[in-house]
Ligand binder design. Sequence first.
Ligand code: GDP
Ligand code: MN
Length: 401
Amino acid sequence: MKLQEYRAKTLLLEQGLPVPAYTVVDNAPAARTAAEGYLSAGAGKVVIKAQVLVGGRGKAGGVKLAASADEAAAVAGQILGMDIKGITVRRVLVAPAADIAHEYYLACVLDRGARKVLFMGSAEGGVEIETVAAEKPGAISYIHAHPHLGLLDYQAKLLGFDLGLGGHLRDFVAIAKGLYATMVANDADLVEINPLAIVRTTDAQTGLPVESLQCLDAKITLDDSALVRHPQLEAMRDLDEEDPVDVTAREQGLSFIKLDGTIGCMVNGAGLAMTTMDLISRAGGEAANFLDVGGGAKANKVEAAMRLILADPHVRAILVNIFGGIARGDEIAHGLVEARRAQERHVPMVVRIVGTNADEAARILAAAGDPDIQTVFSLDEAVERAVAAANEASVPAGTIA
Ligand code: GDP
Ligand code: MN
């Protein structure tokens, strides 16, 4: 799950990281009020930033400076409602604009291959790191944190020197360690600051110019599997920006991943689902999705699963493979028959239900008298028939990519 910048910044602040003040608003008058506050407190300008879960907002016109409250209201009005990479901007962040001396990149990410947290830093910050990686790979420094002790001081110092941050080393070490702490505290798999900037300010007492490191942008991705441990983070989910298919799947407790094939799969158990997909592939077909309805699936869950499968226009056949244990075959069969009645689009369906109450399941399916349903006991045969049905399905050429 990705967090919006303003949510990510609250997590950085919780770990004591330097983040400039900010306010989040959803209308231009509120942006004006926020800007008035910062400008009267001494800010020369304010920055208005679109809050959408995509990168490169700056380039897309979603990050702008304003020198007065009127201008802030006008800029906020422009950005709100703007379309950035297919997402409509509903909120903007208003903050005192930083006077940037240099932009750096700093991130930590879960490196599954190494089973460690990997830190990445670059003095070429501000732009998307993929661009730096492609054009100037030598400009990115990498260091793995210690697997048990986290990012050690000497590691953070090495990285800081690499980035040319010798003059800000103490602050840099604290920030890098703060990123690690943010990652661990929230079960994140990515914490990215781009830009981490050297910002010029004036010392309030001496009136002399001072420079400090500030986190001006923040991107955090949380580990979905760990969200049960963080109800307060689950509440930060932005449903507006999620795929409706993912929302339905989560609400119904279904593990659903859309794929590119033509055979919709409904299976209980992740291992069985993967086996089923392998067999489909061996028989010359391609799965349209991974779908684990879970143990103890009830009729309503089966119906929801069917809806998700049929929402994909590429699906030409459905293969149901249920190994009844805690899940009862008759429950599943009832769900299938019900779902079938409720669906507008009918595609051939091959059903293999074995295990608990399989006989009853077969009776229920036979009694439904649906010509589109074939029941099969052998998995190999079920797969073959599903692949054949998908290939036979009469679809006018050119309508399906
Ligand atoms: P992104 O494009 O989605 O990554 O959004 P960022 O928050 O990183 O902003 C993009 C760019 O806008 C930054 O790299 C900066 O160059 C610029 N920017 C962002 N905030 C400020 C600010 O407070 N002051 C100034 N002068 N520029 C800013
Ligand atoms: Mn950025």
